[in-house]
Design a protein. Structure first.
Length: 337
């Protein structure tokens, strides 16, 4: 049993090391790409000054080609990283459930660190994958019909553990009147969780984050409001720009890729909607979006959801099949660890 645990722990460490190495390669490649683009951009400016239409066209074509290469590279590396990381997280979860003996507390603490680190890397990878899809115009919207109230319940449950770490609460204000919509459920949940996560990061402990929602004239109107540090007017215009991060003392320790809000914007626009921000420094931020319900017929009535607070955690796992495979790999005969 001890040898088995040591072996599995070693495999997890090697897997994480491999993931970190690939991410380092990705970062180096992106930096090299940036220098290359800057050099070509300089050539383009010179070509423009020389009024050479032919040369300018060639430079523009090369820039486009480099951009396509970069997007493909990010997508490929991200996919390569995601598969082992999903298994690492799954095996870590299995090991944490099988700990016993005098070193249980220490082992559990170490496994929890591995699990959190793996989860953080997986979040970064998913952001890179979404970014590559947005860059290539390959964002697919898989619409399905559901009660809009269900999304609110899902987001409340999924965000509850994160918010509890800072003693924060999430309050829903509004009423969807039991109406159904036809949207990409997973993507809309992704947007809301991203907005709530940002509100959590930039808000003090013990504060309340508000999620508003209603359906009006065939459009879903939603907003996430916090009482955090706020955003300067000069930064608001660039808030949804790829890789943009507000640079001040309060935000430097927050982490992240700077892709979350640009991804949210891409998802909302892919649904035919729009997203915007209203904020004042020191007075909090309101990020709101509007998207069509997607319903062409009379809405179906479902149980009404009114104002509520987070109560439980119902975190959906898109990598559940990988977790199941990991579990069965430990004990193929039973699928249990």
């Amino acid at each position: 049993q001890t040898r088995s645990v040591i072996f599995k722990s070693t495999m997890i460490s090697l897997g994480l090391g491999f993931a970190v190495l690939l991410i380092a390669v990705l970062i180096v490649d992106l930096r090299l790409w940036k220098h290359r683009v800057e050099a070509i951009e300089h050539e383009r400016q010179l070509a423009s000054q020389e009024l050479s239409a032919t040369k300018l066209d060639l430079v523009n074509r090369e820039l486009q080609h480099i951009n396509e290469e970069r997007t493909k590279f990010i997508a490929t590396v991200s996919h390569e990283l995601k598969t082992p990381l999903t298994s690492i997280i799954a095996f870590t979860d299995i090991l944490s459930r099988n700990q016993g003996g005098p070193k249980k507390d220490r082992n559990m603490e170490q496994l929890e660190i591995v699990k959190k680190s793996g989860g953080h890397l997986l979040t970064l990878i998913n952001d890179l994958l979404d970014y590559s899809r947005l860059e290539s115009g390959d964002v697919k919207i898989d619409r399905e019909e559901f009660a809009m109230a269900e999304i609110v319940t899902e987001v409340e449950g999924a965000m509850s553990p994160l918010l509890s770490a800072k003693n924060q609460s999430l309050v829903f204000e509004g009423d969807f009147n039991g109406q159904h919509v036809q949207l990409d459920r997973r993507r809309v949940v992704q947007v809301l969780m991203n907005l709530v996560s940002n509100a959590h990061k930039y808000s003090p402990e013990g504060t309340t984050i508000t999620m508003e929602g209603r359906i009006h004239n065939g459009n879903i109107q939603m907003a996430v409001i916090d009482k955090g540090i706020g955003i300067a007017a000069s930064d608001q215009a660039r808030l949804f720009t790829k890789f943009f991060r507000i640079d001040n003392e309060a935000t430097r320790s927050a982490g992240g890729t700077g892709l979350g809000l640009s991804i949210a914007k891409g998802i909302i626009e892919a649904h035919g909607g729009n997203i915007g921000v209203s904020s004042r420094v020191g007075q909090g931020t309101r990020i709101s979006f509007t998207i069509p319900t997607g319903m062409t017929a009379k809405p179906v009535v479902a149980p009404t959801l009114k104002s509520s607070r987070t109560k439980s955690s119902v975190n959906s796992n898109s990598d559940a099949p990988s977790v199941e495979r990991a579990a069965s790999a430990v004990h193929p005969a039973t699928g249990t660890a």
